[in-house]
Ligand binder design. Structure first.
Ligand code: GLV
Ligand code: MN
Ligand code: MN
Ligand code: MN
Length: 394
């Protein structure tokens, strides 16, 4: 199935994927999802927020067990972040079907919309809207690089923007959620295990810093007459690195917009996006406060904030034991924290019993075309997921 998706949104010059939410690539991936559901006779539903659900059984009678992930990507991302969880979900259902195990509860595959936030800036838009932690009015007004709002884009795809918002009816169908994901670090590799279970998701957020100055001629404006926003921006980037190291967190400036963007002019505006994460909320928030104070005069706005997620301990222990007991070696598989955000975290925070299964990534690289997982490890992930679903559906 991953091979079938390999051409969609792929940039042949880099081998990276560009699968922005609601782009042509994303729409093609969504069609693929519908096709996979139809092939298996699953009941396909699109909820009010654009999330897709493929059900084996009827979850309006009894809440079901759901597995899945997302199909959108960061820009120039890898083939696994997101799609591995969706294809593994279908593959795990196939395994249960082959084993002749009818699930004791409805079993669903989910594809969440706009997990990465590559286009509109806010991650996990589909699951945040579903659970009510993102205000639909705010979501609809988010703009992409072309200046189109999410509302414009939804209308263009034939959807009703007024439908967006907390969806208790859909949420009530999710009795439990398990997301399989490629690991985005080397934790499993270091422990020599093809699969593991998530312990926690670090608190994380995105902030936009707008440094305003005065655009002017690069040749005729004396240095002392300039109001160049590039300078405080550069100081902020260096300070972020230093402060993150000092506080034991991570901070990244991965997106910058320079306006108007002339090589022969002092810029008038530099907008920079700070992503900050760490094990302790206080350290992350203190870092942002420190940088905002340093960047005095810059306008700082929070684009998203995700508090710490501690996955349900009895559930994750049970999954680690269960996966371990049915795979080579026998002992429980590793239980690891992650600095990456996931829809499973959003659902967990909304009170849905949730868990994650990680698949080994030999280099740990992710959000890059170099992201990789070996086929045998992906198969171990599918087997683990099937075991877990069978147990949860009992
Ligand atoms: C999404 O993958 C994120 O953690 O930024
Ligand atoms: Mn990602
Ligand atoms: Mn992901
Ligand atoms: Mn993510």
């Amino acid at each position: 199935m991953l091979d079938e998706l390999a051409h969609i949104g792929r940039d042949p010059s880099t081998n990276g994927y560009v699968r922005d939410a609601w782009s042509a690539a994303d729409l093609e991936l969504r069609e693929w999802f519908r096709g996979e559901a139809a092939k298996r006779g699953l009941d396909l539903r699109e909820d009010r927020n654009g999330n897709l659900w493929a059900w084996w059984g009827d979850p309006s009678r009894e809440p079901g067990v759901v597995t899945g992930s997302h199909l959108d990507s960061v820009r120039q991302g890898g083939a696994f972040d997101g799609p591995l969880g969706v294809v593994s979900a279908f593959a795990a259902l196939d395994l249960l079907w082959e084993r002749g195990v009818p699930p004791g509860r409805p079993l669903g595959v989910a594809c969440f919309t706009d997990e990465e936030g590559a286009r509109f800036g806010v991650p996990c838009v589909g699951s945040r809207l579903l659970t009510g932690v993102l205000d639909p009015g705010r979501a609809l007004g988010l703009t992409d690089d072309e200046g189109d709002t999410l509302a414009d884009v939804l209308i263009r795809t034939g959807r009703d923007p007024r439908a967006l918002g907390r969806d208790d009816e859909t949420l009530a169908t999710v009795g439990a959620f398990v997301e399989l994901h490629v690991e985005q670090g080397r934790g499993l590799d270091a422990q020599g295990s093809p699969v593991g279970v998530a312990a926690a998701i670090w608190p994380h957020g995105r902030w936009r810093f707008d440094f305003r100055g005065r655009a002017d001629h690069a040749g005729t404006t004396r240095l002392e007459d300039r109001d160049d926003p590039m300078l405080p921006f550069a100081r902020m980037v260096l300070a972020a690195r230093e402060a993150a190291a000092r506080r034991g967190v991570v901070a990244t400036v991965g997106k910058v917009r320079v306006s108007p963007g002339n090589a022969n002019a002092v810029p008038g505006l530099v907008s920079a996006w700070l992503d900050a994460r760490g094990a302790a909320e206080r350290d992350v928030l203190d870092l942002v406060t420190e940088l905002a104070e340093l960047a005095e005069g810059a306008q700082v706005s929070e684009e998203s904030w995700t508090p710490v997620v501690d996955f349900d301990e009895p559930l994750r222990d049970r999954l680690a034991d269960l996966i371990g007991s049915t795979s080579e070696g026998g002992g429980p598989v590793p239980i690891l924290p992650t600095g990456a955000g996931h829809d499973a975290g959003i659902l967990a925070s909304a009170g849905v019993p949730s868990a994650m299964v990680f698949v080994r990534n030999p280099t740990g690289v992710s959000h890059s075309p170099h992201e990789h997982a070996e086929r045998a490890d992906c198969e171990a992930g599918v087997a683990a997921l099937a075991t877990v679903l069978e147990d949860l559906c009992r």
